[in-house]
Design a protein around this ligand. Structure first.
Ligand code: PGA
Length: 260
């Protein structure tokens, strides 16, 4: 796994946006796996800026989001569909028919999840999957204990995640308990994964993901099996990593042809 420790979350996000932009310029019909949460906000701002200033073209890009709350309509202000429209989709020239999110109101959830997997396959697979990491080590909403072979399905959130997300809802009771999420194996199928993690609250999960044993108890650790996973952290999220000097050394000596 490539570990990039940036001086700040802003610089890590800028590097992540450069990686995505380089892909889109090289492959205008790229398939992006996208994430919500507070972590990727600056990443999206950077891409919007590249679109506005440098004409970065999203017209042929296809997107698949990681997850959506069950029972929450796409026009609910806390739905991930709404989040994506507000923070990204409405600000770039992406074609609405190329945007995919799980449908939190789907009646037949197993059939809907299978169709989501099929749609990813039909699009040619995900070229670049953006990921955050939960303080409990989840990726997507694959909570601790998730099968490392899992596919898109219904998951029940942990109490910790419900508490983490409560800040976005009027009251803790309103926070949904269930989500549809891509599985760990769905994520591992992406050709490249890019994880963003900022702040000391993520430091323990980050250390487990990079240096801990691979375990379903920390689903992000499954990324150790991925051939091309880049982790971008700020200094605070890196404080529990043991091989920090080596990661900095590797990045400082990264051959030009490997950038970004
Ligand atoms: P956050 O969530 O970006 O809001 O911290 C990350 C996650 O839960 O994957």
């Amino acid at each position: 796994m490539e570990v990039i420790i940036a001086p700040s979350a802003g610089e890590a996000s800028a590097e992540a946006a450069r990686i995505a932009a380089t892909l889109i310029r090289a492959k205008p019909n790229a398939v992006l796996g996208l994430a919500t949460g507070s972590t990727p906000l600056e990443f999206y701002r950077q891409l919007i800026d590249m679109h506005a200033r440098h004409g970065l073209d999203f017209s042929r890009v296809t997107t698949f989001n990681l997850d959506e709350y069950v029972g929450v309509a796409p026009d609910h202000p806390q739905s991930y569909a709404c989040f994506m429209r507000a923070h990204f989709f409405s600000r770039v020239n992406i074609s609405p028919d190329r945007i995919h999110l799980p449908d939190g109101l789907a009646r037949d959830l197993p059939a809907h999840c299978a169709a989501y997997e099929a749609a990813i396959r039909e699009a040619g697979g995900i070229d670049l999957q953006l990921l955050g990491i939960g303080s409990d080590g989840h990726i997507g909403f694959n909570e601790p204990g998730s099968s490392l072979g899992s596919r898109t399905r219904l998951k029940t959130l942990t109490g910790q995640t419900v508490r983490d997300n409560a800040r976005f809802f009027a009251s803790p009771e309103e926070v949904p308990r269930h989500v549809i999420t891509m599985g760990v194996a769905t994520i591992l199928d992406a050709r490249r994964c890019m994880v963003l993690a900022f702040g000391e609250s993520k430091a323990q999960a980050v250390a487990g993901m990079v240096e801990g044993p691979v375990t379903a108890s920390l689903p992000a650790s499954a990324l150790q099996f991925h051939q091309r996973c880049t982790l971008l952290v700020d200094e605070a999220a890196a404080v529990q990593l043991k091989r920090v000097d080596y990661y900095r050394w590797v990045y400082a000596n990264k051959p030009d042809w490997q950038h970004p």
